[in-house]
Structure formats: C-alpha cells, structure tokens
Design a protein around this ligand. Structure first.
Ligand code: PLP
Length: 405
C-alpha cells in the first residue's frame, strides 16, 4: 500500500460490532477467561492484553500505523515526545555509555541529557549538526548512540542522514533521528540508514494542537523489546484517548504536510524580499546550505532525503538601532492579530515565537550564540490558514519596523 493509504487504513482490527471508525478502548485492565489464562498472559506464554500501562488496542493501532508509515519493525507509543527520548535512552544505554548529539537540539532534550541522564552516568558530547567530520572525530569507545534532529529547531539546519548512519555503524553505534519537523510524509530516516526514529506526536502527527504524546520506531529487538520494556515497567505510556486523536491526525498527515510546506515556501520567498528581514532560514530556499538534501530543490540529486522544505521558517528582523534586536522581534510578534503567540508547532493554526526568550530561553546566552539563535530571530510554524492572511498579519509589524528605520 502507498503511504497515504497506510496512514488511513493500517492498524485497525475491526471488532465484532463492525465499527467503521477506530474505537477507543477506555479500559485500564483486561479480563481473562480463567485463572489459567491469566497466568499464561502474565508469564508471556499467551500473547494478549493485560493492563493498559503495557498494551492497549487503541494505542497499538496508532503504533502499527506509525510503524507502517516510517517503515519500522516496531513502534512504542509514549506519553510525550520527551518520554520517547527518555525511554529510548533508558532502554538502550547504561552507566558509562555516552551519547553523541547535535549541538542544535530541542532545549528539553539537551536538559534531559545534561541534567538528568548525566546523573546516572550517561554523558553527552555535542557537535555541529551538519559537520559530518566533527561527528566522526567525536565518537569515543564509550559512544553508543548518535542523536540528531533534522531539520533543527529553530534554524532549520539539516544533516545528511545516510552518511551519518554510515559513521554511526562503522563505530558500532545506533543513530536516532528526531523526525518531528518532517514526519514520515516528508522524510523517512530508517530508509536513509537511521536505526531509530523519535516523534513528538504532539506536533504534526496530531496536527491540530489537541494533545501531547510521543513514539519511538525501530527494530523489533531495540524498540519492541528494550524500549517497550522501559515503558511497560516505568509507565510513561500513551493514553488511549490521545492515541485515538493521533490515529485521526495521521489520516490527513499527507495532505496537511504538503499544504504546510507550500504555504511556508510562499512565505519564505516573501520574507526574503522584505526590507525589514535580514535573513530567512528555510531549507526550501535555494540558498539554504543544505538545499541539496531537499527533493523539490532545483539542485536535488541522489542525496535528497526530505521531500519539501517543511512547515517551519525562522527569520531575523533588521533592528532599527543596534541592540534593539529583541525589541524589533517582539514588535513584529506583538503586531500580529491572527497568528498565535505560542511555542508549539505542527498545528493547523500558524504559531509565532521568539526562540531566545521561549523555547531556548533556558540555554545560556553563550550556548544560544553558539547555535546561532539571536535576539532578532522569530520562528514561524506555518499553519493551514489562507497564506495571504498569514502574510498580511506579518506585514503589519514588519512594515512598521521598516518605516522606523
Ligand atoms: C524536535 C522536538 N523533539 C521533541 C520534543 C518534545 O516533545 P513533547 O513536547 O511532546 O514532549 C519537541 C517539543 O517541542 C520538539 O520540538
């Protein structure tokens, strides 16, 4: 089956009631026909549901659908994207192991690695995301897991997944890719050689900003046994209600991702030409440093790994006076009347945020400078409103900024 069909059809095993839409199994536990059957389920001799911290049919339907979309053997759903990252590290690493990660990562991921996993003897080294030589040079004998987001948040930098996977495997490491910006509709990291795919399902998989959840996709052993073991035991399990919302979200994923990307490209081109904008970061633009990795790109060749530039744009405003970068960025954000000032992304509603004081506000000024997140930077997660209305809403603040220069 083609991807759009899998997104709609995979995972639902119709019950005897003949329901057309996937049911929500709102039950904490499952009933056995006899004490012997209970014993067989608990011992693992007989497969089947026991308790919804372990498995739940609605959650399983979501897991099967996402595994089919990413092309993975197994999928484990979790209560959030961060729980997916934590369960992956707990399931696959032990004290003394090291993670090698891209410097530009979602803030809570960096915090999880540096503040919490470090306490349990798992240290993390960081490298610039797109610099493959730096990745290769930084691998130590203790390094077991390479971890990257591509594109990065918020600067939309890409790393070439195929060569990065070859570096990982040459050193006996696993490569995990956080695919939350692209989703399997635009990029399938496992086909590019990655071992694990991480999702914050909160974003585009839901697509309508309704609930929080996550998932890990990968091999039957590492994900289906090792990561599943952590989730089942420690309990960051996905609720069946949220799994149902994600199932519904996946059904329109394809259409939405292409619509998000089409509007983002239109806006990126318009922003690039606006005199109050100093720089636009969007992989769909030909001057983006990794544009060759985008299949729609004019220069796209065999290396293409991402079907379009996606729905996220970052841009820097020009400050009317030195040291006014934050004021200028905030004035553009505050002038909007339609867009939502919120840090979430992957919603039908366009969201706008100032990364230096929100998503990346907990990083030190030096750490932000190192990854290139300046005070004049704005991140736009382009929604599905009419693109002309999004443009008008941004123009109000940008035109005012230009008039003040
Ligand atoms: C790239 C990326 N990974 C992981 C997460 C964490 O996901 P969640 O908020 O669902 O825990 C986020 C959340 O914003 C994210 O942007």
């Amino acid at each position: 089956m083609k991807l759009a069909t899998r997104a709609i059809r995979t995972g639902h095993q119709r019950t005897g009631e003949g329901e057309h839409c996937e049911p929500i199994f709102a039950t904490s536990s499952f009933v056995f026909a006899s004490a012997a059957e209970a014993a067989a389920r608990f011992s693992g001799a007989q497969p089947g549901n026991i308790y919804s911290r372990f498995t739940n049919p609605t959650v399983r339907a979501f897991e099967q659908r996402l595994a089919a979309l990413e092309g993975g053997e197994a999928c484990v759903a979790t209560a959030s994207g961060m729980a997916a990252i934590l369960a992956t590290c707990m399931g696959l690493l032990q004290a003394g192991d090291r993670i090698l990660a891209a410097r530009s990562l979602f803030g809570s991921t960096t915090m999880l690695f540096d503040k919490y996993l470090a306490r349990f003897g798992i240290a993390t080294d960081y490298v610039p995301l797109s610099d493959l030589d730096a990745w290769a040079a930084a691998i130590r004998p203790e390094t077991k897991l390479l971890f990257a987001e591509t594109p990065s948040n918020p600067l939309t930098e890409l790393v070439a997944i195929r060569p990065l996977s070859e570096i990982a495997h040459a050193h006996g490491c696993l490569l995990a890719i956080d695919n939350c910006f692209c989703t399997p509709a635009l990029q399938r990291p496992l086909e590019q050689g990655a071992d694990l795919v991480i999702h914050s399902a909160t974003k585009y998989l839901d697509g309508q900003g309704r609930c929080v959840g996550g998932a890990v996709v990968g091999p039957a052993k590492q994900v289906g046994e090792d990561v599943f073991g952590v989730v089942r035991t420690a309990g960051p399990s996905l609720s069946p209600f949220n799994a149902w919302l994600f199932l519904k979200g996946l059904e329109t994923l394809h259409l939405r991702m292409h619509a998000h990307a089409a509007s983002a490209l239109t806006l990126a081109r318009w922003l690039e030409a606006h005199p109050a904008v100093a720089r636009v970061y969007y992989p769909g633009l030909p001057d983006h440093p990794q544009h060759h990795l985008i299949a729609d790109g004019a220069s796209a060749g065999a290396q293409a790994q991402q079907r379009t530039g996606g729905g996220i744009i970052a841009f820097e405003v020009t400050a009317p006076q030195p040291n006014w970068a934050r004021k200028a960025a905030w004035s553009v954000i505050d002038a909007t009347q339609l867009l939502s000032i919120t840090a979430n992304l992957g919603d039908t509603k366009t969201t706008i945020t100032h990364p230096a004081t929100t998503t990346h506000g907990r990083l030190s000024a030096e750490a932000r400078a190192e990854v290139g997140i300046g005070e004049g930077l704005i991140r736009l997660a382009v929604g599905l409103e009419d693109v002309a209305d999004i443009q008008d809403d941004l123009a109000r603040g940008l035109d005012a900024l230009e008039d003040r220069r």
